[in-house]
Structures are given as C-alpha cells and as structure tokens.
Design a protein around this ligand. Structure first.
Ligand code: ADE
Length: 302
C-alpha cells in the first residue's frame, strides 16, 4: 500500500467553516478520506451508507479524531441510495440537523468484476441502480429540497471508463452515464447557482475497501507499470481534487470532469486480448468484375 500523506489538507484551515456536506459512501475508502478532509477544514458532514455497521464504526473513529475547538461536526445515517424514499429522508434529515446543504458528494457506489457474458440481469440492475440511479436521486433531491433556492456544489465520483471498462462493463456504462448526467445538470441548474463536476479516479488509487472488494491483493501492485507516475495513487489525492472543486477556487468550473489518474487513462490498458484470428480482413475486390471496373472507374478511358 502506498504511504498516505501525514498532512490532513493542503487547503487553508477553516476553508469550509459554516458549510454543510453530504458524502455518500462516506464511511469507507475514497469517501472516508473526503469526509476526513472536509471535517479538517471545518465542514459539517453527514455521511450515508447502506451498510450501517461499517458506517457506525467509521463515524465513531472520525468523531474521536475531531478537535474540541473545531466548527466541524459529523453525523451519519443509514441510506440505500437506490431507494427514493430513503434518499428523500437523507436530504430532509440533513436539513433538519444542520439547517442547510452546501455540498453533495456522490461517492457511494459499487461493482463486481465479471465478464459481460456472465452478468445476470439482477447484477446489472444492481450496479446501474446504485451508481447511476442512486446518484441521480441524490442530485434531484438535494436540488428540489434545497439547492434550487440556495445554490450549492455537487461532485460526482466516477471511474476510469474512458476506453470502456472491460471486465466491469456494468459500472463503465453507469459511470459514463453519471458523467453525462453531470453535464446536463450543470446547464439545467446553472441559473440556480449550482455547480456540478465529476472526479474520475484511476484504477490505480489504492484503498483497503477496494482491495477487499476485488479479493486480490496483487491487483493494485500489477497496475504500477501501467501508471505514468510508476506508483499507486492515494485516496487523499482524490479527496484533494474534490475539495478543490467544492471550494471557491473552482467558482468558474462546472460540467467538467477531472481525472485523478496521473495520466494512466492516456497511456495504456490493463486488459489483454488473447491471440486470435477471428477478425478476417474485408475482401473488397472479390466480386468486382472487369465490366464493373470499366463502367465505374472515372480514370478508365472510354
Ligand atoms: N454504497 C454502496 N452501495 C450503496 C448504496 N446502495 N447506498 C448507499 N451507499 C452505498
């Protein structure tokens, strides 16, 4: 695992004092790093996740890290973002608890490795509903319940699906959908003072949650040669990009996608295709007779 930086944030202390954020999937991996940095910067944060046990444990750990003189506060709420009623409840409970909602970070999501041929309809729907529909519901409710009248900033966490996502085609389709949703909403909601952007972490971002999910500790080490930086990325390096987009430094940035992958998506693919001869060449001249050539060719003298 890469070394995580010891500093809690490069940004100015109290940058987000008086701000309120929701981070879905805020108890693990990238979401937990985002939550910790927001708290460090004085933000009040509501973390939400489907898995209540893990969420509670993470909330307790981060609560214990809070300094006694901070403006930061942490709350947590069980929420399955696939369920419309639960998402409505997450937004309204956050508004009751903290009185406002400045930031929404749609980080909650999930997928499982499988060739497309082996993805059941149930598995397909689960991934689309969590990553695409869940993000849509959170955006819509945050907007309808608060941001339409008060403005706000939304960041959607997507993935490195720029060359497709072979091996996890469901999440590739869902994340590409979220990237396009981001662009639509940036236009529809601009005159409400809402900015919305996506952050696309590379597959080389190491998190223990991701390592456990994929069940192979070597999956990360094997990607290092494919990363121009020749190292894995950290969850803190994703969090920094999210905090930048939430901050006033990004006041003129909306509808944009920020890749946090050290250029890996420009460089190579980790997918290997076995040798094969299943792509026969197009035999363009086979059925063309002399008559056709004479009548069709402008260079043939008549
Ligand atoms: N993280 C992963 N899946 C989730 C879900 N369905 N709801 C909220 N957070 C999640």
């Amino acid at each position: 695992a890469p070394i995580s930086p010891k500093v809690a944030s490069v940004f100015r202390p109290a940058l987000f004092k008086g701000k309120v954020a929701i981070v879905t999937g805020g108890g693990t991996g990238i979401g937990k790093a985002i939550t910790q940095e927001l708290l460090h910067l004085g933000c009040k944060v509501m973390i939400a996740s489907r898995n209540e046990e893990r969420l509670k444990a993470a909330a307790k750990l981060m609560q214990d890290q809070l300094k006694c003189n901070t403006s930061a506060e942490l709350a947590h709420m069980q929420c399955n973002i696939r369920k419309e009623e639960q998402v409505k409840d997450l937004i309204s409970s956050t508004l009751s608890r903290f009185g406002k909602l400045d930031f929404l970070v749609n980080n909650g999501g999930g997928q499982f490795p499988s060739p497309a041929s082996g993805i059941s309809l149930k598995g397909w729907h689960a991934v689309i509903e969590t990553n695409l529909t869940g993000t849509f519901l959170c955006c819509r409710e945050a907007f309808n319940q608060y941001m339409a009248d008060h403005g706000g900033v939304i960041v959607n966490i997507i993935a490195d699906m720029w060359k497709g996502f072979p091996g996890m085609s469901h999440t590739g389709a869902a994340r590409a959908g979220v990237d396009n949703l981001t662009k639509s909403l940036s236009i529809e909601w601009a005159h409400h003072g809402v900015r919305i952007n996506s952050v696309a972490p590379g597959s080389s971002i190491y998190s223990e949650t991701a390592a456990a999910n994929y069940g192979d500790p070597n999956i990360f080490e094997a990607t290092i040669p494919l990363v121009p930086a020749k190292r894995l990325g950290t969850v803190e390096e994703v969090s920094a990009a999210v905090c930048f987009l939430l901050s006033p430094a990004a006041a003129f940035i909306s509808g944009e996608t920020l890749r946090v992958d050290a250029g890996a998506s420009l460089y190579s693919s980790r997918w290997t295709i076995p040798d094969h001869s299943k792509t026969p060449a197009y035999k363009w001249s086979t059925d063309v007779g002399e008559d056709d050539l004479e009548s069709n060719s402008p260079t043939t003298p008549s």
